[in-house]
Design a protein around this ligand. Structure first.
Ligand code: FEO
Length: 394
């Protein structure tokens, strides 16, 4: 992709990673991603906002050559390497450039890249930097999703640069959002995987930018928003305490007993018009599971007992849910065992971060029969009633 103008003298100079399929060796990227870097040419000085993942440094450098940049400042919003990884190379080509970032970010960049301390200028919250006819304001925004993060607001053009925050892992040839539905899904998935554990700090950061007049939100992954309300409102919805009338069921089954329970529970919930999203952990994309956790009222983990405890895939799902801290209100556990074990105790112990009420688990011996299905009917009824109490829909 060539460089593209966001607004006059504000240029996208990043890189698209069409083929990347995994982030942090953990998060699936079905749509690839982009590392957005932006060049702002003021009448006196030029600033580069973020860089790109080290595997794409050559593309960034080509783009900088193409726009004929002479960089005075590198604004580092976030120390994670997909945005900071090309800073050493940029500094090599523009040795007089200074890196501007928060003091925490400076420490991290020194730790990661051994950049010399005299290359840095610390940006305090609310500091401004003049590029001549353009003014950058730095806004500290900790915990989106590391502690050192900040945004930049370009006052004259009313552009807010947010790095990871409000972004999406979506490789596309369109600089701006073309299809809001597609971007909504990608941004929700991104929020689920990266931002959801920080739902409460995000509230403060959204509040902090609420007085700004924003015409464009330019994140460092995915398309740029020329309708900022679209993504800001989506975030407001995701970080709110409101949950949806949905049950997420991550499950695994070894010989068909647990899945028979899952199938029955799914049907029982559907008969009551409760939304259900089952995820077979043997084949599921964990990003989709994370996305479903963003607003589901209830999680039911379904696992057979193996070697005295939960199946490792169910352990993984419980660990993930605990780490992502969704706002779900209820949780339960179902599953089958052969001769005994501590599946419920083990899984309960693993989800202590979740502020949830436990609905009585249904753990049965062998393949489910009539009495077991009755217990699942009762569980479906409890879930229906609990949802009814907290969700305005009905
Ligand atoms: Fe896109 Fe936290 O890095």
């Amino acid at each position: 992709m060539k460089t593209v103008e966001v607004k006059p003298d504000i240029c996208w100079v990043g890189a698209i990673d069409w083929d990347r399929r995994l982030f942090d060796e953990l998060i699936p990227l079905p749509d690839g991603t982009s590392y957005n870097a932006y060049l702002i040419k003021g009448s006196k000085k030029t600033a580069l906002l973020d860089t790109v993942d080290p595997v794409k440094t050559h593309i960034l450098m080509d783009h900088l050559k193409e726009v004929g940049a002479d960089i005075d400042y590198i604004i580092a919003h976030h120390a994670e390497q997909d945005h900071s990884g090309s800073i050493p190379e940029v500094l090599k080509h523009y040795p007089h450039a200074k890196v501007i970032c928060t003091s925490k970010c400076k420490t991290m960049l020194i730790d990661l890249f051994h950049i010399s301390e005299d290359k840095f200028i610390e940006a305090k919250d609310g500091d401004t930097l003049s590029l001549g006819n353009k003014t950058l304001e730095f806004i500290h925004a900790p915990w989106v999703h590391w502690p050192e993060t900040m945004f930049t607001y370009l006052k004259e053009d009313k552009v807010l640069f947010t790095c990871d925050f409000l972004g999406s892992h979506l490789a596309t040839s369109n600089l701006f959002v073309e299809d809001e539905n597609r971007v909504y899904e990608a941004a929700k998935r991104y929020y689920a995987e990266i931002m959801m554990p920080f739902r409460i700090p995000i509230r403060k950061n959204l509040e902090k930018i609420s007085d700004l007049t924003i015409e464009i939100v330019a994140p460092s992954h995915g398309p740029v928003y020329d309708n900022p309300e679209f993504i800001i409102n989506a975030y407001r919805e995701w970080i709110s305490d409101d949950v949806k009338d949905t049950v997420v069921i991550p499950y695994v089954s070894m010989h068909g007993s647990t899945v028979a329970m899952v199938d029955y529970l799914v049907d029982a919930l559907m008969k009551k018009d409760v939304g259900v999203k089952p995820f077979n952990l043997s084949v599921t994309d964990i990003g989709e599971l994370a996305k479903a956790l963003v607003d589901a009222a209830t999680i039911v983990i379904a696992s057979p007992t193996v070697l005295g405890g939960a199946h490792p895939s169910a352990v993984y799902a419980a660990y993930l849910a605990n780490a992502l801290r969704p706002k779900s209100r209820f949780v339960s556990i179902i599953g089958s065992y052969g001769w005994g074990g501590k599946t419920v105790e083990q899984l309960k112990e693993m989800i202590k971060n979740l502020k949830v009420e436990l609905i009585e688990p249904v753990i049965i011996k062998g393949h489910p029969g009539k009495e077991d299905f009755k217990m699942l009917d009762e569980m479906a009824d409890k879930i229906y009633k609990k949802h009814k109490n907290i969700i305005k829909k009905r």
